[in-house]
Design a protein around this ligand. Structure first.
Ligand SMILES: *Cc1c(COP(=O)(O)O)cnc(C)c1O
Length: 361
């Protein structure tokens, strides 16, 4: 297997999609003002305002960790706390950046089955303590879709937002795969965010097909006050901002953002269907976006790796497969075939009988 063969270990193994690349190329023809004073940045922010059907405040950060951390910091004082799911990226994969950039706001991780919070869990954390010795709950952060690929329904988001309002909490959404959630639910981005009660969204561009970049979107402009300073201080103000902004123009104006996500989701479903019923293989979560998690016997994992496949096992103990905007059908089918063969070999070595499926293609 060649080194640049397509892998499904992560959706950011992929490259840059043509629409994003073309926009960067167009932005590269000549000079433009720096630090976001350029026409591309204005056009990208306007495209996001069109997409969300509202006058939101838009900022562009280099990556998701910075976007989440700075957005949360803007909603908190250092003595506040943020309620999140135990598997949330902010809790498990950001090296303490949310706490660092908020000068110590504590993350309160709630144990969940699939990374989804619910009103009951939020209430029990937020109401457990109201004394001066505990960091005051101030924000709830949802990951949409969750790290294991579950999508909050609109009703679930609305119910959480209603709970937040009663408790005086702001609602943040980590949407590093927000486009996949939109494609999955088939709803307007506005319905999944401000119309449902979300205050701030981190909208991921990288996993959706861009080279880099996340948009931080404040639906309540008053919350965005001084956010530009926060970005600059954190090293997140791009001097050649047009190269963070132009890909958004390319993705949004062409519709690639949603096409890419729909393709990725469809590939995840195709993979899940392709491996359904293989002996020893069990889906760990319903497939609602572009992630598939499979429980599989360790020898089968080894066999897949020996065939050159890469995948992670650090979430939920299973093998994770992520499908990106550029997933190639034949490559996906090759993974299904290799997995089927590895399962058959494993079944054979256990029972001594041959049960390898006939190859059909
Ligand atoms: C990938 C990802 C991010 C962003 O990660 P960076 O590597 O900092 O860009 C944020 N949240 C979730 C749920 C992610 O999967």
């Amino acid at each position: 297997m060649s080194d640049d063969a397509q892998q499904f270990a992560s959706d950011n193994y992929s490259g840059i999609c043509p629409e994003a690349f073309a926009a960067m190329e167009a932005a590269n023809r000549g000079h433009a003002p720096a630090y976001g004073e350029d026409a591309w940045t204005i056009r990208a922010a306007d495209a996001l305002r069109d997409l969300f059907e509202t006058r939101c405040e838009v900022f562009f950060a280099f990556n998701g960790t910075a976007a989440n951390s700075l957005a949360l910091a803007s909603l908190c004082q250092s003595y506040h706390s943020v309620i999140c799911a135990d598997s949330a990226h902010v809790e498990t994969d950001e090296c303490g950046a949310p706490e660092f950039f908020s000068n110590g706001s504590k993350l309160l991780a709630v144990r969940t089955a699939n990374g989804k919070l619910d009103p009951q869990a939020i209430r029990s954390v937020a109401m457990a303590r109201s004394d001066i010795h505990f960091p005051k709950c101030r924000v709830v952060t949802l990951t949409q879709p969750t790290e294991t690929g579950q999508v909050y329904t609109l009703d679930e988001i609305r119910a959480i937002a209603a709970t937040c309002r009663v408790l005086g909490l702001s609602l943040h959404m980590d949407g590093s795969r927000f486009a996949n959630a939109c494609a999955s639910l088939g709803c307007a981005p506005a319905d999944m965010t401000w119309r449902a009660g979300v205050d701030v969204l981190c909208f991921g561009g990288t996993k959706n097909g861009m080279h880099a970049g996340e948009a931080v979107i404040f639906f309540d402009p008053s919350l965005a006050e001084d956010f530009g300073y926060r970005c600059k201080q954190a090293g997140q103000l791009a001097s050649k901002m047009r190269f963070l902004a132009a890909p958004w123009v390319g993705m949004l104006e062409s519709g690639a953002w949603l096409r890419n996500a729909a393709h990725a989701n469809a590939c995840a479903r195709r993979f899940a269907e392709g491996v359904a019923g293989l002996p020893g293989i069990e889906p760990l979560f319903p497939v609602e976006a572009n992630a598939v998690f499979l429980r599989m016997p360790p020898p089968v994992m080894e066999a897949l790796r020996a065939r050159g496949w890469r995948f992670y096992t650090f979430i939920a103990g299973g093998a994770r497969f992520m499908f990106g905007w550029d997933t190639q059908g034949p490559r996906l089918d090759a993974l299904v075939r290799d997995l089927a063969e590895a399962c058959a070999d494993q079944a054979e070595s256990q029972s001594g009988t041959r049960s390898r499926p006939m190859s059909s293609s």
